[in-house]
Design a protein around this ligand. Structure first.
Ligand code: NAD
Ligand code: UD1
Length: 333
């Protein structure tokens, strides 16, 4: 039986890659997006890759009636990506972040309840762990969300876990992503936000292709290999596969799970600059600035539970992550 899946935020960076992975795995997938942080031509690009029409519902998760209509179209599961995700913006616009990430999620769950949709995969973030110094980070590491954004993700996890506890036939996969980067091997889709980027790799890409003069490196006095921050970068195609495995597990096991999705390996900002410079053949000028408030020195995942529960292990290395991003970014505009 073909399961029908609704991807809220499916036109975005992770959603669009997950769309392809799910279609390839045999799921029937529909994208729901309001395109506030996605390019309008993403569905056309996805169609160019799959050779099949891409079902799209243009709707806003903050609109309860629209969610009722969407979930009424017959789905077996939801992957909920739609959210606002900039930590800095969240501090300036808490109401907007709670509206999209919390009230929006509640509209989705309410519509799922109304239409008897019993499976959801939720995009959470390593941000829920805050600036812990317990490495690697396991799923049992205490949560210390230090931003509005991170608190909205903890809210989402709490709501879904409580709802599943109260409704034992409702199954939730909570995926805590580390640092997703890279692009699809086709070079047709990648990280292409309609808002200015603040994450490292899209900024490096803009420096490499001349749209920005230099990377601002936030701090070189951390207790790390070269003083710059260390993160667990994971290829977005690996992450997308993690969603397929998560849905497979929900349907097969009829029970939920909560897992980190990362590689288990950390790389510093300057290692990233060197790797990107190598694959692009471009110089990446950079300046050292003070630390960015709220940034932990080091963050990388314990990946044992993802392996055990989902059979998930990341396959792509840093060079592939950079090369795929460059293939996409150097094609743009
Ligand atoms: P993205 O901004 O590229 O994708 C989010 C999509 O949701 C966009 O297409 C946007 O237009 C859509 N959207 C936003 N608000 C909406 C609304 N009110 N109604 C309908 N659609 C709406 O972000 P992404 O990087 O693909 O992230 C996807 C999810 O993963 C988010 O929940 C994010 O918080 C989470 N996450 C991302 C990262 C990361 O580094 N990219 C890390 C951890 C967790
Ligand atoms: C950030 C968010 C995190 C969110 C994730 C995905 C913060 C504190 N954390 O993670 O909550 O889940 O994005 O959206 O914002 N860096 C630079 N110069 C730059 C950009 C980044 O030096 O222009 C450095 C950072 O200091 C960090 C590393 O690069 O050491 C990675 O930064 P980034 O890509 O923003 O990810 P996180 O900070 O890990």
């Amino acid at each position: 039986m073909t399961h029908r899946i609704l991807l809220t935020g499916g036109a975005g960076f992770i959603g669009s890659h997950t769309y392809l992975a799910l279609v390839e795995a045999g799921y029937a997938v529909t994208i729901l997006d309001n395109f506030e942080n996605a390019m309008r031509d993403v569905p056309d690009r996805l169609q160019a890759i799959t050779g099949k029409p891409v079902p799209v519902i243009t709707a806003d998760i903050r609109n309860a009636a629209q969610m009722q209509d969407a979930l009424g179209q017959g789905f077996d599961g939801v992957v909920h990506f739609a959210a606002l995700k900039s930590v800095g913006d969240g501090e300036n616009n808490p109401l907007g972040y709670y509206q999209s990430n919390c009230a929006g999620l509640m509209n989705v769950v309410q519509a799922m309840e109304h239409h008897g949709v019993k499976n959801i995969v939720f995009s959470s973030s390593a941000a829920v762990y805050g600036a812990t110094d317990q490495m690697p980070i396991t799923e049992d590491t205490p949560l210390e969300p230090i931003s509005v954004y991170a608190r909205t993700k903890v809210f989402g996890e709490d709501l879904l876990s409580a709802y599943a506890k109260a409704n034992p036939d409702f199954h939730v996969g909570i995926l805590r992503y580390f640092n997703p980067v890279g692009a699809h091997a086709s070079g047709l889709i990648g990280e292409d936000p309609s808002q200015p980027p603040s994450n490292l790799m899209p900024v490096i890409a803009r420096v490499a292709n001349g749209q920005m003069e230099a990377l601002q490196v936030f701090g070189d006095d951390y207790p790390t290999v070269d003083g710059t921050g260390v993160r667990d970068y994971i290829h977005v195609e690996d992450l997308a596969r993690g969603h397929v495995l998560s849905l497979d597990a929900l349907f097969k096991n009829q029970q939920g799970h909560l897992v980190n999705l990362g590689t288990g390996q950390g790389h510093s900002v300057l290692e990233m600059v060197a790797a990107y410079g190598k694959v692009s053949g471009r110089e990446i000028p950079y300046n050292i600035l003070p630390r960015r408030p709220g940034d932990p020195a080091v963050s990388f995942a314990d990946v044992a539970r993802a392996k055990e529960v989902l059979g998930f292990a990341a396959q792509h290395d840093l060079s592939t992550m950079c090369a795929s991003n460059w293939a996409f970014s150097s094609k743009e505009k």
